[in-house]
Ligand binder design. Structure first.
Ligand code: IMP
Ligand code: MG
Length: 186
């Protein structure tokens, strides 16, 4: 599906910043006295991770993985890893930081990859949870916002690699509505 450049703001920069600070405080409380490794999923989580780590008051390390599953706007369900973790994760408390959990395929795959590193624990923190679209079960431990549907851009999220730099999050309106399409389901 093609998208026209028509945006509707769904989360303002201020709303995002306030929620990210709350997530940081929650993580700080839950892991008090422990060290954590935050693993950001590139590219989408780069801005969220950058803000989140500055809201966490713990000893922490940061690493990134790069996973590819999307072609255009549709998840192919076929996930591959193009950049693996480089830190040693054995016996570490790991928090995976993701922009959006949608079908769940990306995180299902990443959890299997991380198991090979034998961490002490793995939790998931995402900015946006699209729970209703899940095709495989994935438990999110820290979710910024529940947004059931719609294609979103900004604050790291892209449409064909564009719009990641926008400070707020916007809903992108489809150019061609499929036949029988109910706009309230967007
Ligand atoms: P999943 O494997 O279907 O859970 O896909 C998750 C990935 O799809 C996320 O890491 C996002 O990069 C991407 N994604 C899902 N929904 C959106 C969206 O609305 N805008 C931009 N990217 C999205
Ligand atoms: Mg992503």
């Amino acid at each position: 599906m093609e998208y026209k450049d028509e945006f509707k703001e769904v989360l303002s920069p201020q709303t995002i910043q306030e929620r990210v600070r709350e997530l940081g405080s929650e993580i700080t409380r839950d892991y008090a006295g422990r060290e954590v490794v935050l693993i950001g999923i590139l590219n989408g989580a780069f801005i969220f991770l950058a803000d989140l780590v500055r809201a966490i008051d713990l000893r922490l390390q940061i690493d990134f993985v790069r996973l590819v599953s999307y072609s255009g706007t549709e998840s192919t369900g076929q996930v591959t890893i193009t950049k693996d973790v480089e830190l040693v994760l054995k016996d570490k408390d790991v928090i995976v930081v993701e922009d959006i959990v949608d079908t769940g395929y990306t995180l299902e795959y990443l959890k299997e990859v991380l198991k090979l590193h034998k961490p002490a624990s793995v939790k998931i923190c995402c900015l946006i949870d699209k729970k209703e679209r899940r095709e495989v079960p994935v438990d999110v431990d820290y979710a910024g916002f529940d947004i059931p549907r719609g294609f979103l851009v900004g604050y790291g999220l892209d449409y064909e690699e564009n719009y990641r730099h926008l400070p707020g999050i916007f809903h992108l309106t489809p150019r061609y509505e499929p036949e029988g399409f109910n706009p309230s389901e967007r």
